[in-house]
Design a protein around this ligand. Structure first.
Ligand SMILES: Cc1cc2nc3c(=O)[nH]c(=O)nc-3n(C[C@H](O)[C@H](O)[C@H](O)COP(=O)(O)O)c2cc1C
Ligand code: SF4
Ligand code: SF4
Length: 433
């Protein structure tokens, strides 16, 4: 079994799977059970200032979208930070950390955007023996209207300012959790780095309305006839999170800034993808809320088997795909492929035909007895048929060998790499060397 021991900012954990700050990490009972189930670490549910705790709604706080099999694809929530008293949370954090010294215990914090509240709360967290803090500049509802959460995370100057205060008042490693509700994630990441952050974590939830009740004419979840936007997470947000992680990982000015990857991680494979794109570890929320704490076992065994099979260590995986993330203009325009249908796997459903005939390039033929075949003369290799085919691996994209003739363009497939920057049709092309 591969060694999954993780060292993130000097915080050791037996594996790189941490629970994200959310209901799974809201109390001692949960976190103890999570550690017993095998989670490597947790980011405790966000703590606020001492005093009267925040107040949540008493109606439904989650909404969801589903796949056709009612598998949960996206979760929306209008929950706030912890609604339990600060002292109770601090006592529980201390007790759990004492009993599980080998697990990562990071505490998420959100207090007003002034230096004093940060100065007050940090020593209290340090006293618990916690390994680090995560600054919640991400929650997009409820607290942001009060000038916290994403209201801070959307203004790079505030991120830098608060991060500086926090670094000044604590010796603990500081992770800045970023909001995806911005246009260019590199800006807030840079601000966190400039403020002295030890790492960034992303993504927090995405502004969303999951559905509308068409009898009440109200967004769901509906509270007494009204709804508010919430934060979206779960498998549906993974592509957005992966892109944002990659954008930070490949930015020359941000290179080396440790990243904790969050957003839709449900299986070991999701986690491995985040790691390959530069995340040093991953955090999980929706998958634990959907399937329970035991899912971490599949993540541990799956990642371990994969590393064994590839004969690489965890550190070798981190960032391995980053050099292959590029911009469109650098993709090889001389690479030509064609769709190929495996007739043994085809169930003759006709979805590829409908998609290609109606919305792509009329490159699939259908015979009277429902045999579907690709017409190479028309196929532009868009991949739509692969995406809509219900049978995995039934349609594959096969690269054409250099030297052969593409029946669509009638041109020989060139062996050399050539991209848009030197293409003759590009008015701003630079002369090929
Ligand atoms: C019900 C709920 C409550 C959450 N509360 C917090 C929170 O208090 N602090 C925080 O930083 N993130 C919070 N999050 C966001 C998660 O930590 C995580 O960033 C997000 O859900 C994306 O991960 P996922 O796709 O694995 O769920 C919450 C998410 C959910 C679903
Ligand atoms: S790859 Fe695109 S163009 Fe080619 S057969 Fe499939 S849908 Fe049609
Ligand atoms: S979508 Fe897939 S299974 Fe359905 S007809 Fe096309 S190749 Fe066959």
């Amino acid at each position: 079994m591969a060694d999954l021991t993780s060292d993130f900012l000097g915080i050791k954990s037996p594996n790189p799977f941490w629970l994200a700050s959310a209901p799974p990490t809201d109390k001692e009972y949960n976190v103890r059970r999570a550690f017993e189930a095998g989670w490597g670490g947790v980011v405790w549910k966000t703590l606020g200032e001492a005093g009267p705790p925040v107040v949540n709604v008493n109606g439904p706080r989650y909404g969801a979208i589903y796949g056709a099999d009612r598998r949960l694809l996206g979760l929306n929530n209008i929950e706030l930070i912890t609604d339990r008293p600060l002292e109770v949370n601090l006592q529980e954090i201390k007790a759990v950390k004492r009993d599980y010294p080998d697990r990562a215990m990071v505490v998420s914090l959100m207090v007003p955007c002034e230096e004093d509240p940060w100065k007050r709360i940090l020593p209290l967290v340090e006293d618990t023996g916690a390994d680090g803090v995560e600054l919640n500049f991400g929650c997009p509802h409820g607290m942001s209207e009060r000038g916290m959460g994403s209201a801070v995370g959307q203004v790079p100057e505030y991120i830098e300012m608060v991060t500086r205060w926090v670094k000044k008042h604590t010796r603990m490693p500081v992770i800045v959790k970023l909001t995806p509700n911005i246009t260019d994630v590199r800006k807030p990441a840079q601000a966190a780095k400039d403020g002295g952050a030890d790492a960034v974590s992303l993504i927090n939830t995405i502004n969303s309305i999951t559905s509308v009740d068409l009898d009440l004419f109200s967004p769901e979840p509906t509270i007494d006839g009204k709804g508010a936007h919430g934060g979206y997470c779960g498998p549906a947000v993974k592509p957005i999170a992966l892109n944002m992680v990659a954008e930070i990982a490949r930015d020359p000015d941000l290179r080396g800034l440790p990243i904790s990857g969050i957003g839709g991680v449900t299986t070991w494979k999701d986690a491995a993808e985040f790691l390959a794109l530069g995340a040093g570890n991953v955090q999980v929320c929706t998958a634990a809320m959907t399937y329970g704490f035991k899912i971490v076992q599949e993540m541990i065994s799956g990642l371990s088997d994969y590393l064994d099979e590839k004969q690489i260590g965890l550190d070798d995986l981190v960032g391995r795909a980053v050099p292959n993330v590029t911009d469109w203009q650098y993709l090889n325009l001389n690479y030509v492929s064609k769709a190929v249908i495996n007739q043994d796997l085809c169930i003759s459903c006709g979805r590829c035909y409908a998609a290609c005939e109606d919305t792509s390039h009329q490159a699939i033929s259908m015979s009277d007895d429902r045999v579907f075949e690709v017409i190479d003369e028309e196929c532009v290799a868009c991949n739509l048929c692969v995406n809509v085919c219900p049978v995995e691996d039934c349609i594959t994209m096969e690269a054409m060998d250099p030297g052969t003739v593409d029946p669509r363009t009638k041109k020989v497939v060139e062996p050399e790499y050539a991209n848009w920057t030197t293409h003759p049709n590009n008015p701003s092309a630079t002369a090929a060397e």
